[in-house]
Design a protein around this ligand. Structure first.
Ligand SMILES: [Zn+2]
Length: 504
């Protein structure tokens, strides 16, 4: 019986946000050992996929740690040490293994460790030795380091954005591992990094003819044309990371080492460069977005206005008020705002109770310069919730999440969800737990970049993106990178980058 080690640590770190302590990760779950099977077996996460494949293949699976995480600032030093040590100790305790499956995000930065994913993979490699195959799954919003590529035998990232294929990606990784353990293949990763900080249209697969779908089609064609090409994985990078290796990359996993694998990566990197200005999401100011939302013809379903600038999925604090303030100044009756993370306001609303009016200084406390300061106003408490929800999908169905103690408030006919902790809004259950039917409001404003589209696009009349100026801002000139390799696009002029890259 094959003995396989499987672990999952999925942190995406925004370097411009405050470091996240261990408590941040424990809220979402730092799950160890035998607790992992029951917790993740019913989910469509990577760990759910590893468990299902192992059961069907008859593997003995050792699972030291699973940390689903919620994007935030860098892991603080204690959090990283605790999570890394659990992985290392669990790997040592596992004894001899035939293979390793590592579910990583690929954009984890820790305080004192810019390449946390590479450090985790290398730590496992150091224990299992050079001959045990390690297959790594990634989120395509990953900044793949040379160390990570060298420590892994194979890399495969999700192929959809919004990401609805965590489970399928895990199954693909397990299939590669099976072939490697059976001696059918000797996989090696050939990494090509672009001269860009972002690319492949952020791997958005919602536009039918966007750069991501065309890039993925090229990757599939490369795999089909050459049986030695095991996997061609596209990563668009996660730009809000101030690290040397930030940006898009292509990981070609080939059977052995051959220059043709690197050449395929170079071709896709060139494609990424040529498409660098092709961004399929049009960005608006807050005022433009709300005006555009009002102009959408009436009809069934909400207009969804999404705030890129304060998206918890990009490390935003989730407490920026610019969009809420604009909505309160010119209200659309029946509109919903989801959500503001403000533990003091959530507690005050809960203490006041359903039906009470409560004066709040709501949101805007963490970084008032980014996305607006507190809204000082009286709100009516409509409902309370413990803030727990289970994803109905399509994004990781079955996965549990929580806002912490929360309340639904109302002012000027606008319903406002106030939570203890920030969460990306990407699942309809996140509204339903407050008694909101997501199909009913004329307007729903949310904090999220793109991930909401999987659940909300089928019910939305229109989706309009805006930029509030929070720390997950796409206006990258408002931020200062100090560690990124140079020259790089878009910080340096195209011609300078092209010259340095040898005439791309
Ligand atoms: Zn992602």
């Amino acid at each position: 019986m094959r003995h396989v080690l499987a672990a999952m640590i999925l942190h995406e770190a925004n370097s411009f946000a405050a470091p996240a302590p261990l408590a941040h990760f424990e809220r979402q779950g730092v799950v160890r050992g035998t607790e992992i099977g029951p917790r993740f077996g019913p989910t469509r996460t990577e760990m759910g996929g590893f468990l299902a494949y192992a059961a069907q293949a008859g593997w003995r699976l050792t699972t030291p740690i699973a940390v689903p995480c919620s994007p935030a600032g860098p892991m603080d030093a204690n959090a990283f040490a605790a999570i890394r040590d659990a992985l290392v100790e669990g790997t040592r305790a596992a004894g001899k293994v035939d293979g390793v499956l590592l579910g990583l995000h690929g954009a984890c930065v820790a305080v004192g460790e810019d390449d946390a994913d590479g450090a985790l993979a290398q730590a496992v490699r150091d224990i299992v030795g050079p001959d045990v195959p390690i297959v790594v799954t990634l989120d395509p919003h990953s900044n793949v380091s040379d160390r990570l590529a060298a420590a892994a035998n194979a890399i495969t990232a999700y192929r959809t954005h919004p990401h609805v294929d965590h489970f399928e990606t895990a199954s693909r990784a397990a299939g590669i591992l099976r072939r490697a353990m059976d001696g059918e293949i000797k996989p090696r990763v050939h990494l090509a990094r672009s001269w860009q900080m972002r690319g492949f249209d952020s791997t958005r697969t919602t536009p039918p003819d966007g750069p991501a779908r065309r890039g993925q089609a090229l990757a599939r064609a490369m795999e089909a044309a050459d049986p030695g090409v095991i996997e061609v994985s596209l990563q668009s990078g996660f730009v809000l990371a101030d690290v040397w290796h930030v940006g898009p990359s292509v990981a070609v996993t080939g059977n052995g080492a051959d220059p043709r694998f690197a050449a395929l990566g170079a071709r896709l990197v060139r494609f990424c460069w040529d498409e660098r200005n092709n961004d399929t999401v049009k960005m608006h100011t807050v005022a433009e977005a709300l005006a555009a939302a009002r102009a959408v013809p009436a009809g069934p379903g909400p207009v969804v206005v999404s705030d890129f600038g304060d998206a918890p999925g990009g490390g935003g604090y989730g407490d920026a008020t610019a969009v809420l303030r604009a909505m309160l100044e010119n209200p659309v009756p029946g509109a919903v705002f989801a959500s503001i993370a403000d533990p003091v306001a959530a507690e005050a609303a809960r203490a006041a109770g359903v039906g009470a009016d409560v004066a709040l200084s709501l949101g805007g406390h963490v970084a008032p310069a980014h996305g607006g300061g507190p809204v000082e106003a009286v709100f009516r408490v409509l409902a309370l919730s413990d803030g727990r929800f289970t994803h109905e999908g399509p994004y990781t169905p079955g996965q549990m999440g929580q806002f912490g103690p929360s309340a639904l408030l109302e002012r000027h006919g606008i319903q406002v969800i106030v939570t203890t902790w920030q969460r990306n809004i990407l699942d309809l259950q996140q509204l339903r737990i407050f008694g909101i039917d997501p199909t009913a409001p004329p307007l729903i404003a949310i904090k999220c970049m793109d991930a909401f589209r999987a659940a909300f696009a089928p019910i939305a009349r229109a989706a309009i993106a805006c930029e509030s100026g929070g720390v997950s801002s796409r206006v990258h000139t408002s931020l200062t990178w100090t560690k990124v390799r140079r020259p790089v696009w878009p910080l340096d002029p195209d011609a300078v980058v092209e010259a340095a890259a040898g005439g791309v």
